[in-house]
Design a protein around this ligand. Structure first.
Ligand SMILES: [Zn+2]
Length: 124
């Protein structure tokens, strides 16, 4: 999936609308101000610009996928300090897994790309 900036898309479209507005003939009114002489074309362009901007703003969004790491769960070490099992906790949402089976969190979807606490890496 490719992601683009909604704001940049709107800016790009506006840039071309401004170029189109420059092509509408102008005239000088009674007060000496420069005004558009083709209001029908002007209003059409403004309406189209508004529609396109509205459509872009309504496009579906996707959240950027976050990165996290598995945290070794130390409470699995018993009273005699024997390690009797492993579990990992997602650094982002706290979801706990019994074993390091995933390179992503099944609960929040975070990619486990960050360096872990080191204990887990030694198991690989
Ligand atoms: Zn998570």
């Amino acid at each position: 999936m490719e992601l683009i900036s909604r704001e940049e898309a709107i800016k790009t479209i506006h840039k071309y609308f401004i170029k189109l507005l420059d092509k509408i003939p102008t005239e000088t009114d009674g007060d000496g101000d420069t005004v558009y002489s083709d209001m029908k074309t002007l209003n059409s362009l403004l309406t189209i610009n508004k529609w396109i901007t509205k459509e872009i703003k309504a496009l579906p969004t996707t959240e950027e996928r976050k990165s996290g790491h598995w945290i070794d769960r130390k409470e699995l070490i018993d009273a005699d300090l024997n390690l009797w099992g492993y579990s990992q906790e997602c650094s982002l949402c706290g979801f706990v897994l019994g074993a390091k089976e995933y390179n992503y969190c099944p609960n929040c979807g975070a990619r486990m790309e960050e360096e872990s606490n080191g204990i887990i890496n030694s198991m690989e």
